[in-house]
Ligand binder design. Sequence first.
Ligand code: FAD
Length: 321
Amino acid sequence: MANTIWVLVELEDGAPVRSSLEVLGKAAKLGRAEAVVLGSAAAEVAPTLGEYGAEKVYVHADAAYDNYLTLPAVETISQLVQQHQPTLILLPTTYDVRDMAARLSIRSGMGLITDATDLTIGDDGVKVTVPWGGETIVTATLTQQRPGIVLTRPKAFSIEQYSGRNAEIETINTTISAEAQTIRILETVEVKSEGPALEDASVVVSGGRGLGKAENFHYVEELAEVLNGAPGATRAIVDAGWLPYSYQVGQTGKTVKPTLYIAAGISGAIQHLAGMKGSKYIVAINKDEHAPIFSVADLGVIGDAVAILPKLTNEIKSRKA
Ligand code: FAD
């Protein structure tokens, strides 16, 4: 029997999020990809998912999932898993999924492997590649017979197009229990940021401790802005309180894959490299010629980032004018 891989397709403003579609494309390469889509826009989204690899879509168009996905989704998906026993549930690492997957694993007794960068399914089971601490690559396997859950790293896979594929749609008839609706979001405060999101930007300019002080980070932001990119940071300066965690690039932060990554005053610790070494071109500015960041840089500039960044910004501005 073909392996069946389920993907929960998360919705944002009524549309599927990119990371769900990336994972759906990978699921279609592994076997029969089936999507689960929950929320008030689920019925409209479902027919479009064939184009991204789904052969079947389970749909529950209920607004209860819209504000707080976790508890209702755990309830519905655990019921579905009981009925259909897919081989695997494959999910991208998002805030909601991290919350949901842990509960789903406990509720349904399913094994859970996180932080995967790749996986295969063979006669000997599901084999999952997990980078460990930046230096070691672990191959983990789900040994139990029942379905397991694998969470993949952001940007591990690309969206695949399956033009003309029409997914079979099954509408789920279930009532979400009152217990699953006990949490309500009282207020959502959106942090407005200008320019592209760090994960999606084609240019990322990141700063590290070499900037000297928090007040110098604006040099990074200004260069990012003039390049229509996003600013990022190392954990050192996030931990120091210069910036919120949302800026952190690396093993325990965001994974970015821009066309151009500029690292200013960053040593190049293995945990930072884990989040940016997939960038197409890397430019490093560091005053220490032996800094490890130069080992991954396509262009290395030995010098003071605080002096170089504003000059670079002004030069680009003058050429754009
Ligand atoms: P430093 O290592 O202190 O480097 C500063 C660099 O700036 C030096 O190379 C110095 O030569 C240079 N410099 C100094 N002055 C100037 C100047 N004027 N101009 C130019 N260059 C200058 N780190 C991350 O970034 N992301 C993660 O997700 C992450 N996860 C981690 C997870 C674990 C479990 C652990 C143990 C660590 C993790 N770290 C992570 C921390 C990581 O190991 C490093 O400590 C951190 O990346 C260092 O940040 P930095 O390069 O800003 O600082």
